[in-house]
Structures are given as C-alpha cells and as structure tokens.
Ligand binder design. Sequence first.
Ligand code: SF4
Ligand code: SF4
Length: 169
Amino acid sequence: MDALSCVLSAREILKNITPLKTDCGKYCGAACCDCDEDGQGGMVLFPGEEKLYEALPEGMELSPYDAILPGMKLLVCDGVCSRDERPLSCMLFPLTPVVTETEGKDALKVIVDPRAFSVCPLSESGVRGMDAEFVRAVREAGKVLCKNPQIRAYLKALNVYFERLRSWS
Ligand code: SF4
Ligand code: SF4
C-alpha cells in the first residue's frame, strides 16, 4: 500500500472521532491549536501526506523538518483550519502510534505523545483517560499506517526520537 493511501485510510478512520465524547477543546481553549509567539503552530506531516497540501489552504505553509527523519515536512498553520484540512497528526493528538523494536521484533503501540504533556490537559490521565473509541481508532489507524514501509520506518524513528526527548527531561 503506498504512503498516501495509508494516510488517507488513517484519516478516514479518525475523521469523526475525538479524544473525548464531548468537545475537549472547551476545557482548554483548543490549546493544541494555539500559536507560538510568532503567531504560528505546526504539526509534522506523515510520509506521503505532503501531496495533500500541494495547494495550500489559506494560512498554512510547509517548512522542512528533519528532527525525526530527514526530508520530513512541518505543516505550519495560524491556529485555524477546517476539519477536513487537519493533518493526521492533529487527528491523532494527544495520542500517537509508534513502532518499538525489541530483540529484532517490531510492535505497534499507542502512547500519549510526549510533546502533548506541556499542552494538553488530557495527557496526564494517560491513554486510559481517553475515550475507548478514540484509542481503538488510533490503534486501527496505526495498523493501516504500518502497511507502508516508509511510514513504518517513520513510526520507528518517532519512538527513537521520543526516547531521546525523555532522556533530556
Ligand atoms: S489540547 Fe488536548 S484537550 Fe485541548 S483540544 Fe487539544 S486534544 Fe483536546
Ligand atoms: S492544522 Fe488545524 S487542527 Fe492542526 S494545529 Fe493547526 S489549526 Fe489546529
């Protein structure tokens, strides 16, 4: 399965599902869409997802982002978008699938994105504090994403990146 098809399937799985049954943005003022002091925020695009932003929606731009793997792109936004234009990372937040490797064996895991702890009030309650349907959808999305070797490699690199972040904190 090519990367874009996997991303589109994952987006389809998640498009109507949110971390809580109620609108969690009401509790935090949609903190995950807040901009930084430059008036911008951003989310890393999955491999293949860049193709969906060849014609960029108003207020969005792409910038290179090599922190996890070379050649990745960050979708920079101004804190407002239509639901259909949200990148997959925004649909998954504050969870994310990662691929861990132990003794040569890969395993798909769903975890709270460590970058969410400073932003999202739901993070502290962990995966179990979120709506079970959302957690299931993130896992299903993760399984679909792993069908593409490039995305699987990205999810592995993401896990290594998170381990690096944890070792710095
Ligand atoms: S920061 Fe967390 S609680 Fe707030 S809108 Fe985003 S996902 Fe929901
Ligand atoms: S792309 Fe949309 S959902 Fe994602 S951070 Fe920006 S405004 Fe929020």
